[in-house]
Design a protein around this ligand. Structure first.
Ligand SMILES: [Zn+2]
Length: 530
């Protein structure tokens, strides 16, 4: 009996010891001494309820789906030091899919896919930070002459597993790269290890945007001298991140000026044009000469042009002048050759002469017509002086050429005919010879219904003796736009247009502006028909 009791006691003790051992070594929170991710030197706080939840989960991994293949970005070894038994190790693997993590029971070589509420918490743990590969933004390399341009600024945004967006930026501290060019040949490239959705090029000058297009459409070349800011922006966008990188550099265009001269030999009534391009310092443009008063360069579109006129009063001969810009200086010699002007004998009835050639008529002419020829108000948007951009205001019959010396009622006059007389039916449409601004539109005793238009560069066109006028002073007109109709108002012998082109008050041969040659009795039919 005693023996039985003794044996029972031993059994009870053994059972108790076994129970105690099981209790002490069981995979329970209380038996975990520490838990850490060794490689990251990260220790979990065992007091934290979520950490305790993770430990409990590790005990019952069997409840999760087993998988054989995983695609992970980050894998870390989780080690649990146990109080009374050997350490336990697991591997935790994460990919970009915020909905699950993989936990590998290393001892059993089984992988479980965990997809419950601990997933987000794991994704947000510092040891797994590297799962957000896009926390390091995409970058581009802007390369000029094989050298990388520094000074980029990057703004980017990424989302973490808790669905929060985070903004980051990188600012490279660097002096802007300055590229000096003396010819229009800006070349650079953008290198990137990854595909950028868009690479945009923006070019601005003096705070004005001149160009903004995808880089694949080409590189903007400066048209003028000065500093241009080039900004290259690469953008990217994906589900969990987006952003852009911008790099700026400066292109300083230092083109040499280029001057061309239309010719160096002209006839009386003809003109020469000096055209300057690449003029970065227009204030220093100059022309130094004694040929005549007032010559200067004027801006026409991208060019600066100086017109050197001549007329029937210009003394034939050889002239010299200097012109230039900044340190660029040029000398120019040209010849004005005599032109033989025809004579014309005109009979005007005494009544017309008496009513139009009066002191009052000339006072009026001096008061209105002459001052109009000083109103150089128009600036042309394009180079227009030497490319025959002007049109004939009306066709018809040339009754008097430019420069003709007149005898009126058999009395010689000292005057040359200031323009072209084009006869046609009364009421025939008269158009503007070129774009400009009307500086006079009124009826005068001598010139009848009169229009004067400023075309820039000191060039004016005048239309006299018209029947009716379609414009008023201050109107802007386009080439070919109607300004009036043919008539015979003022000192006139029949319906015709008296058409003059002048440099201020100096009358020029209109034919050079329209055809590049004088209009004569011999050639006008051919010229008008072409
Ligand atoms: Zn005339």
């Amino acid at each position: 009996m005693k023996k039985i009791l003794y044996s029972s006691g031993i059994i009870v003790v053994i059972a108790l010891v076994a129970l105690l051992y099981t209790y002490a070594t069981a995979f329970q929170v209380r038996n975990v001494d520490s838990m850490s991710i060794i490689d990251q030197e990260y220790s979990f706080d065992l007091e934290d309820e979520t950490v305790q939840l993770l430990i409990k989960k590790l005990q019952v991994l069997k409840q999760y789906e087993q998988v054989t293949d995983i695609d992970s970005i980050v894998s870390e070894t989780l080690v649990l030091d146990m109080k009374y038994s050997q350490e336990k190790t697991f591997e935790i693997s994460l990919n970009h899919d915020f909905s699950s993590v993989y936990i590998t029971d290393i001892k059993k070589e089984i992988i479980y896919q965990v997809d419950d509420d601990l997933v987000t918490w794991l994704y947000m743990l510092p040891p797994f930070e590297s799962v957000y590969t896009y926390k390091t933004p995409l970058r581009h390399d802007l390369v000029i002459d094989d050298k990388k341009v520094f000074g980029a600024s990057v703004d980017y945004f990424y989302m973490t597993a808790d669905k929060q967006w985070h903004a980051q930026s990188i600012e490279e501290d660097s002096e802007p790269h300055i590229m000096i060019i003396t010819e229009p040949n800006v070349m650079f490239s953008v290198r990137s290890d990854v595909d950028m959705y868009d690479v945009m090029l923006k070019v601005s000058k003096d705070d004005k945007i001149l160009y903004e297009k995808p880089l694949k459409e080409g590189i903007y070349q400066p048209t003028d001298n000065g500093q241009y800011i080039y900004e290259v922006t690469s953008s990217w966008k994906d589900t969990f991140y987006y952003g852009h990188e911008s790099t700026s550099f400066i292109v300083e265009a230092q083109y040499s000026p280029v001057f061309t001269v239309s010719g160096d030999s002209i006839s009386q009534g003809e003109f020469i044009i000096i055209k300057g391009s690449g003029i970065y310092d227009p204030e220093s443009l100059y022309i130094d000469q004694t040929y005549m008063e007032g010559l200067s360069f004027e801006k026409n579109g991208d060019l600066y042009e100086c017109l050197i006129p001549s007329t029937y009063y210009t003394t034939p001969g050889v002239y010299s002048l200097n012109y230039g810009v900044g340190q660029y200086e040029y000398e120019f010699t040209f010849e004005v050759k005599t032109r033989e002007f025809n004579l014309q004998f005109l009979t005007v009835d005494e009544k017309t002469t008496q009513t139009t050639q009066t002191a009052e008529a000339y006072a009026e002419y001096n008061k209105y017509y002459k001052p109009a020829l000083l109103k150089n108000v128009y600036q042309s948007e394009a180079s227009h002086l030497s490319d025959q951009a002007f049109v004939l205001p009306v066709t018809g019959r040339i009754t008097t050429e430019f420069g003709v010396q007149r005898y009126v009622n058999n009395k010689p006059t000292s005057y040359h005919h200031s323009g072209l007389d084009i006869a046609n039916d009364k009421g025939t449409e008269v158009v503007s010879t070129y774009d400009g601004e009307v500086v006079l539109a009124m009826s005068l005793i001598v010139t009848g219904n009169t229009v004067v238009i400023s075309h820039g560069n000191g060039i004016f066109s005048s239309y006299l003796h018209m029947d009716s006028l379609n414009v008023e002073e201050g109107d802007k007109v386009r080439t070919g736009e109607q300004i009036g109709t043919i008539g015979s108002t003022g000192f006139s012998t029949g319906p015709h247009l008296h058409f003059t082109i002048s440099y201020y008050k100096m009358n020029l041969e209109p034919g050079y502006f329209i055809y590049g040659e004088p209009v004569t009795y011999e050639n006008y039919k051919t010229l008008f028909n072409n």
